[in-house]
Design a protein around this ligand. Structure first.
Ligand code: FHN
Length: 441
């Protein structure tokens, strides 16, 4: 059986796809059970990495600007991250309480972190010569972390892609059909060899990328792996004037399973799945002495994201050595410690029913309503009453009981002078019914 499978795998990588017209109609949607499972994870690690870390400038965007093209495109010849350990990175994610990990297999600069047969601009032609994507896939499997792959639609390095950042206009020598065929072959390699839980597309805003190409690639992917989760950035937004503003919403069509607000917390939404992607510092790829977020901001971002019924994909940019900066590892460990105590108020919860704000956020699971208290404004926290449900008990999670009173359509919780946690003190209200049935209040 293994021989047959091996032969089929070989065939599937030897016989590439041919350019074909988009497949309309019955493209399989990602099963709701798979998406529900994804949203239960709540917290993932985003990793932006590549030879550009040698310069400490932004991946993709600094090519032809802070770093001249010729210099940028030859960095891979010096890229030798000998201290890279996939196990270390994955254990850092796990210790942080992260449940999935998304690696930039190919960003806008076109460099591939896996041994692709479709481009020589890949990790095997660097001094390092090891399959970064494959090692991360294996470590994620070993440590029970879901493995996800970031894949750019636009590619400013590929001569077949008509836009080359730093050069004006559309390149008449480019060949989009050939480019899309290469993209489909590379995605076939990634799906066949690494079995990703999710594909995180990006770079869907430039004019050469059309919805027809998006449909063609989507159909190709879904034929290879019907249950793979896909974000909303395969769909072309090139017709949308403010590129990027469309990423915050989920278009009601067959392409894309969830919305991707970026560097901000998404709006409370009980219908459409969403995931905020955000940097732990300010730059996506590694930047020396970058300004890193405080623990308070990290924890409250996670709580507000969950309170909005969304996930948080939190980004680190590893150094050219292959290590994640020690201070970033420490910050993530601190988040993991908080989650060890309060994780039940984040994982597998729903957001709401109250909208997140600067004082508190709310999450819920079964008959429990969690109030994430960020700051004590007074000796009482007043909330609108919960229609049709009563509070049976109120206490700090892992802590003391809280006096409360419910009257005149309001609930008032007595808040002690000293809060149990300086970043997010979680209160749990046990109700006489299912908190998840409550409407947004
Ligand atoms: O251009 C990219 C950027 O480099 C980074 O990868 C972010 C992450 O979501 N996405 C694009 C900007 O929207």
């Amino acid at each position: 059986m293994k021989q047959i499978l091996g032969f089929l795998l070989l065939i599937s990588t030897i016989f590439p796809v041919a350019a074909q017209s988009p497949v309309a109609g019955n493209i399989p949607h990602t099963p709701k059970s798979v998406l529900d499972d994804f949203m239960d994870q709540r917290f993932g690690m985003f990793i932006h990495w590549g030879p550009v870390s040698l310069r400490g400038t932004e991946i993709g965007w600094s090519r032809a600007y802070e770093v001249p093209v010729a210099e940028y495109d030859n960095l891979y010849k010096q890229f030798n991250p000998t201290l890279f350990s996939a196990d270390q990175w994955v254990k850092t994610a796990k210790d942080a309480g992260m449940k999935y990990l998304t690696i930039t297999s190919k960003h806008h600069d076109g460099f591939c972190l896996w041994p692709t047969a479709w481009s020589s601009y890949n990790i095997m032609n660097s001094p390092y010569k090891k399959d970064i994507v494959g090692e991360l896939a294996r470590s994620c499997k070993k440590y029970g972390i879901k493995f996800c792959v970031y894949f750019t639609v636009l590619d400013w390095h590929d001569p077949d892609y008509p836009i080359h950042r730093g050069r004006e206009g559309i390149d008449p020598k480019a060949d989009m059909k050939k480019f899309v065929t290469t993209m489909k072959n590379e995605l076939q390699e990634i799906i066949k060899n690494y079995d990703p839980y999710m594909l995180w597309f990006d770079g869907n805003w430039e004019s050469p990328w059309t919805d027809e190409y998006a449909q063609e690639v989507y159909a190709h992917i879904k034929k290879l792996k019907p249950d793979v989760i896909i974000n909303n950035r395969l769909k072309s937004i090139s017709q949308n004037i403010e590129a990027g503003s469309d990423q915050n919403v989920l278009h009601q069509d067959a392409i894309g399973d969830y919305a991707t607000p970026e560097q901000k917390i998404g709006e409370l939404n009980m219908n459409d799945p969403w995931e905020t992607c955000m940097t732990i510092a300010t730059q996506w790829s590694w930047k020396p002495d970058d300004q890193m977020k405080s623990l308070k901001e990290c924890i409250q971002t996670l709580a507000k994201t969950s309170g909005g019924n969304g996930n948080l994909l939190f980004n680190v940019g590893p150094m050219p050595s292959g290590q994640i900066e020690a201070r970033q590892v420490k910050r993530l460990q601190e988040m993991g410690s908080w989650l060890k105590t309060y994780g039940e108020s984040i994982y597998s919860t729903k957001g709401g029913p109250y909208k997140p704000n600067e004082i508190f956020a709310a999450t819920r699971k079964g008959n429990k309503l969690y109030i994430h208290l960020f700051q004590r404004k007074s000796d009482g926290l007043t909330l609108p009453a919960l229609p049709g449900l009563k509070i049976l008990k109120a206490r700090f999670l892992k802590g003391s009981k809280l006096p409360y009173k419910a009257s005149n359509g309001q609930i008032t919780l007595s808040i002690p002078e000293q809060l149990p946690d300086p970043n997010d003190s979680v209160i749990v209200l046990e109700l006489d019914g299912n908190a998840e049935s409550l409407p947004v209040i």
